[in-house]
Design a protein around this ligand. Structure first.
Ligand code: ZN
Length: 372
């Protein structure tokens, strides 16, 4: 499946707004959930409707049982914003799948981007409070069963088995990504599967991308067509060139992908099917399986010609500097989302800047494609 270059705002559109988007080169809108009003507005203006689908995030004041358990045996600390849930809470996980299935049966989005596909914490801040989780008895038991390790306490896990713990968390998140992606592809084979990502490189914050948030690009790649790091520069205390710099670095750690044609598409599905065999619900030999997973990904690497797509989401609070800088990246963003971006299209001058930037990204993508 060829992944089109999609550009546009994130936010529920109005009918008038969508008409304006197209005038300035936007061809897509991303919005939260399976929102029928948003689908109608997009359809009327021939704009691709893309759903942001919430996975591991809940209102803890209503569902305290979903709070991940920290090293001290208490729920993790958080202030205003937090994501991640205890992944041993079966009713909540069943509810996510039921909501996804319901949407897949009722609507035909061009893409679905999974959000909050992580362990507990919050990364859209200059000073992240990075905590290990979840050490509830069920999550510890699952770790022991998956790895064959017999650890009793958070201190023992983190002190003696940190690598296995990190790998186990990443496989657990990747397993759900594979499950949700398989549901999407079964019901809507042409639907793009995206994932919003912690925007940190693998080395930042002492490896917190995997160690804390459990997002492993290699493990997620079989499920995810488009990775979307959240480039919220002001919120995160970064400069407006952050997105451009990240795009040029991501070449080094985003793996090659395989679903670029019919044959590869079948191969991709087989890989996904086989992924179930190394990241099952009740994984017993996590360490060995994770090596198997790496071998599988290595084999995939040798047979493909195209990288996974990376499409940034920028924040309208950083407009226009962050967008202009992003448009100058040597490695173009594969399309682009702008959080809260509808307001850009209400001002012709701002909308013109948007148009020029995405024209430049399109040209860069086309010349890269031509030279590939
Ligand atoms: Zn737990």
């Amino acid at each position: 499946m060829a992944i089109p270059l999609l550009f546009g705002p994130y936010g529920v559109p109005t009918s008038d707004g969508v008409d304006q988007f197209a005038t300035y080169g936007a061809n897509a809108v991303w919005f939260h959930g399976f929102n029928s009003q948003a689908f109608e507005a997009c359809e009327a203006s021939h704009i691709a409707a893309c759903v942001e689908f919430r996975t591991f995030r809940a209102d803890f004041s209503k569902h305290p049982e979903l709070m991940p358990t920290g090293v001290d045996g208490l729920p993790i600390r958080y202030e205003r914003l937090v994501q991640g849930v205890c992944l041993s809470q079966r009713p909540f996980l069943e509810e996510i799948e039921a909501t996804l299935l319901d949407g897949l049966r009722s609507f035909r989005p061009a893409g679905i981007w999974f959000d909050y596909l992580t362990y507990g914490g919050w990364f859209e801040t200059p000073n992240p409070d990075l905590q290990q989780s979840c050490f509830c008895p069920k999550c510890i038991a699952e770790f022991n069963e998956a790895t064959g390790i017999d650890a009793a306490t958070p201190a023992e896990i983190l002190g003696t088995y940190l690598d296995a713990w990190t790998q186990h968390k990443c496989e657990r998140v990747a397993k759900y990504a594979a499950r949700y992606a398989a549901l999407v592809r079964t019901h809507l084979p042409e639907c793009i599967v995206g994932a919003y990502m912690c925007p940190w490189t693998p080395g930042e914050y002492d490896g917190a991308l995997r160690r804390i948030f459990a997002q492993d690009y290699a493990l997620l790649a079989p499920a995810i067509d488009v990775f979307t790091p959240l480039i919220y520069a002001k919120k995160s205390g970064r400069t407006s060139t952050w997105g451009r710099e990240l795009l040029d670095q991501m070449n080094s750690y985003v793996p090659w992908e395989s679903r670029t044609g019919v044959r590869r598409s079948q191969r991709g599905r087989r890989l996904l099917g086989r992924m179930d065999s190394f990241v099952p619900l009740q994984s017993r030999t996590g360490v060995r399986r994770s090596q198997g997973g790496r071998r599988l990904l290595d084999r995939k690497d040798s047979s493909v010609r195209q990288r996974s797509k990376v499409q940034l989401i920028l924040d309208v609070l950083d407009f226009p500097d962050s967008l202009i800088a992003t448009s100058e990246a040597a490695t173009p963003s594969w399309g682009l989302q702008m959080f809260g971006g509808a307001q850009v299209f209400e001002d012709p001058e701002a909308a013109g800047i948007f148009r020029s930037a995405i024209d430049r990204i399109r040209q860069a993508a086309a010349s890269q494609h031509a030279s590939a």
